[in-house]
Structure formats: C-alpha cells, structure tokens
Design a protein around this ligand. Structure first.
Ligand code: TYD
Length: 233
C-alpha cells in the first residue's frame, strides 16, 4: 500500500465562506453519531445558525440513487467501484448543495459522514490505501474538507452490543465481521493522525451527555476562531 505524500495531503483545505461552518460526523456503526447530531443541531440553532444536516451517501436526488445502489447491493462491489461511487455522490453534493448553501453567511452544514468514511471504509477496510482515496479527491471541489470533523471512537465490542440493542437489519457494510470493524477503527485513527487539526477524536464509549460536552467545547473554540478571523478579514 503506497503512502500519501505530504504534497497530496496539503491539497486538502476547508472552504473559506465567512460566517459559515462546515462540519462532519464520523464513526463506525453504533458510535452515537445520530444523538450527537441532534444535540449539535439544537445547540447551533440556539446560537443563531441556519443548520443543514446532510447524509452521505445521499443529500441529492443523484446521491440517494447511488446510496440505494451501493447499500442495497447483494453482490460484492470492487473496492475501486465503491470508492468512485461514494466520491461521485460527494462531488454532486458539494456542487449542488454544500458550496451554494455555505455562501449564505450564518449557515452550518453538518455532514453525517464525509471523506473520512472513504478513508476508513475503502482506504483501510477495503485495502485501497489512503493514497488512492486522496488522489480520487485531490481536485476541486472534492478537495474541500470540513472545518472540523468529530470522530466518535468506540471499540468493536461496544459497536456489537449497541447493534444488538437496535436489532436493525444489516446493510452491505454492517454485515461484515469484527476484523473489518477493527480495520475501520485503524483507518479512522490513521486519518486523525494525518489531519490532526481537522479531525477530533472523541471517546464514544461514554454516556451521551459527557460526549456532547466535548463536542460543545470544540464547537465553541471553532466559532470563536472563525468570528475572530472574520473580524480580521
Ligand atoms: P448508513 O446507513 O448511513 O450508515 P450509518 O448509519 O452507520 O452512518 O450507511 C452508510 C454506509 O456507507 C456506512 O456503512 C458507511 C459506508 N460508507 C463508505 O463505505 N464510504 C463512504 O465514503 C461513505 C460516505 C459511507
């Protein structure tokens, strides 16, 4: 597996739309993304933001079609086919929704999964490597990454026990074994090492309340930093 060069990593940047925020939530199945998303939305709305929550893959008519095609597929897809399909849905989401909406000052876009899912699932889970995933994304607008990514880290046992409690039918990725989940965790750890300023790892094995305290504190820091830089602009 070839390593991504520093030059490739440097191609990724957050969009500069004054007064707007671009966030993403990441984690394996059962990480608690949905509850944190709800609390974050309420918190940002109270702060006066217009909040849009988007899910990946999806968020556009084209993206929802791809979502169905990927997640309901019963045959193994080639990892490269997967990686390109997710990137394709992402490009359309950026073009059709994210870039336009962020132009409106005071908007907060929260993506339920984004590029780091591709790094973890296709890059490590499916053995394509980070270099391949980043290369697929290196050109504008796919090189736009969130200001902040919250990675809710849980261990494989917590994931399984939460999945058992939910008892929901499993999709394409959820029916994989524990080795696959461990690879995803390794993938997220590696992504957090590669993008330390953007990806914040939060211990998701805890109760929802303390987890949200960590999210809130990081959000407050980001809001303070963006409002200070807007004033200086
Ligand atoms: P979803 O039902 O939204 O999962 P969750 O509720 O866990 O977020 O399904 C999305 C699935 O697609 C999930 O298993 C992760 C996977 N995925 C990738 O493999 N690569 C990607 O780039 C994205 C966005 C998602």
């Amino acid at each position: 597996m070839q390593e991504a060069s520093e030059e490739l990593i440097q191609k990724f940047r957050s969009p500069a739309y004054p007064g707007s925020l671009f966030l993403s939530f990441e984690g394996i199945e059962g990480a608690g993304k949905s509850s944190q998303l709800k609390r974050t939305t309420e918190y940002l709305e109270k702060k006066g933001y217009r909040v849009l929550v988007l899910r990946e893959p999806g968020g556009t008519t084209f993206g929802e079609r791809l979502r169905k095609a990927i997640l309901e597929t019963s045959k193994d897809l080639h990892p490269l086919a997967e990686a390109h399909l997710f990137a394709s849905a992402r490009a359309q989401l950026l073009y059709e929704v994210i870039m336009k909406e962020l132009e409106v000052a005071g908007t907060a876009i929260i993506c339920d999964r984004y590029i780091d899912s591709s790094l973890a699932y296709q890059g490590i889970g499916r053995n394509l490597g980070f270099k391949t995933i980043l290369t697929i994304h290196e050109n504008f607008p796919l090189n736009l990454v969130p200001h902040l990514t919250f990675y809710f880290k849980i261990d494989v046992e917590t994931s399984y026990s939460r999945q058992k409690m939910r008892n929901a039918p499993k999709d394409y990725f959820e029916s994989q074994g524990s080795d696959f989940y461990q690879k995803l965790i390794d993938g997220y750890d590696k992504a957090a090492e590669m993008f330390p300023g953007r990806i914040k790892t939060i211990d998701g094995n805890r109760e929802m309340g303390p987890i949200f305290e960590d999210v809130r504190s990081l959000l407050d820091q980001l809001i303070l930093a963006t409002s200070t830089s807007d004033q200086n602009a």
